[in-house]
Ligand binder design. Structure first.
Ligand SMILES: *Cc1c(COP(=O)(O)O)cnc(C)c1O
Length: 359
């Protein structure tokens, strides 16, 4: 069996050793005589799996004790509504930084529940840069400031954490969480859909500071209420048990790799190699400002788009798949999350050189 190098933006590759471990435990988890999929979420076996996953994530990310970690469903997209419903409290407006397609969706949803102040907007440049701190027009009376540290579609990533002067900072980290160490204490709330850098789809992780809980609006659905999920340790209803278990295996794998500092070094090296290949020749180009280039999602174009189909065909023949760019951007996009081995990036770089010299 040959596993391909899958450059999909999500659902994305998982570490092969994690999938193998799941395979070994598939029919009989730890002598329980059943698959994790078949267990009661309230039984002691599953409770131990869930608790260990949370403990390992807390260790890997160094999450302070005054934060709750919630294992929810509905994807990052449900949080676009849950965040204003939970965090507006008695304030009327929130600040949003608009840097791409995912910020735009978060903004559209927040507008249903309150006033949105656009603190910065990079749409004029085609979402290829990030605003500087000085460019942010923040309202000191905002309930929170929302931003997208890594725009998965545009491949645009903040190279700093915005300073908000005490207003809680909310981050959609779906495509950058776990890619390197971050200081969780700088954030009021972090959320991420699992299918990029955490585990299989169906799970969304929310990390929220204690003091932000308990302010949900009266019409917030119970299933969107973070305080309810926190009180019930994410078991108010049946959670995505198997995805949660798989995420736990990924957290163990991260510990074995040397944690997030080791991942950060590796991810930087992988991204540097790929951008170097793009910059080495006019044959390829990157639309993104150099200081805003994502480590995780690398869009690139061919100078002659007529060759796009040929490029993709040749790549696929070499086991380099899902490189087609998002329909809104065109060209190519290589997503190189934690589970993409460095050999995958090396193989892509070698193919890019070969293709450029051939054409
Ligand atoms: C993928 C993605 C989402 C959407 O996630 P779902 O889990 O599909 O709702 C939101 N924000 C960002 C930054 C993403 O990459």
């Amino acid at each position: 069996m040959a596993r391909k190098f899958n450059f999909s933006a999500g659902p994305a590759m998982l570490p092969a050793s994690v999938i193998e471990r799941a395979q070994q435990e598939m029919l009989d988890w730890n002598g329980s005589g059943m698959s994790v999929m078949e267990m009661s979420h309230r039984g002691k076996e599953y409770m131990s799996i869930a608790a260990k996953a949370e403990k390992d994530l807390r260790e890997v990310m160094a999450i302070p004790d005054n934060y709750k970690v919630l294992f929810l469903q509905g994807g990052a997209s449900s949080q676009f509504a849950a965040i204003p419903l939970n965090l507006l409290g008695d304030k009327t407006s929130a600040d949003y930084i608009n840097t791409g397609m995912w910020s735009k969706k978060a903004i559209a949803e927040a507008k249903r529940y309150g006033t949105v102040n656009i603190a910065a907007d990079t749409s004029e440049g085609g979402f290829t840069s990030v605003p500087t701190q000085a460019e942010l027009k923040l309202n000191p009376d905002a309930a929170y400031v929302h931003y997208t540290p890594n725009e998965t579609i545009g491949g645009v990533e903040f190279d700093y954490i915005p300073e908000t002067g005490g207003v809680p900072l909310v981050a959609d980290m779906s495509s950058t969480i776990l890619s390197r160490p971050i200081d969780v204490s700088k954030f009021g709330l972090i959320y991420a859909g699992a299918q990029k850098n955490i585990g299989p789809a169906g799970l969304c992780i929310v990390i929220v500071r204690d003091d932000l809980l308990g302010k949900a609006s009266a019409n917030c659905p119970t299933m969107f209420n973070y305080a309810i999920h926190a009180e019930n340790e994410s078991m108010y209803n049946t959670p995505a048990t198997y995805s949660w278990y798989m995420a736990g295996l990924v957290f163990e794998w991260l510990q074995q790799q040397g944690g997030l500092s080791a991942m950060g070094v590796l991810n930087k090296r992988k991204a540097d190699k790929l951008y170097a290949a793009i910059d080495a020749t006019d044959f390829y180009g990157s639309p993104v400002a150099k200081n805003a280039r994502s480590w995780m999602n690398v869009p690139f174009t061919l100078a002659d788009p007529e060759l796009d189909a040929e490029f993709l065909k040749g790549a696929s023949a070499k086991g380099l798949v899902t490189l087609k760019g998002h329909r809104s951007v065109g060209g190519m996009r290589a997503s190189i999350y934690n589970a993409m081995p460095e050999e995958g990036v090396d193989a892509l770089v070698a193919y890019m050189k070969e293709f450029a010299s051939q054409y």
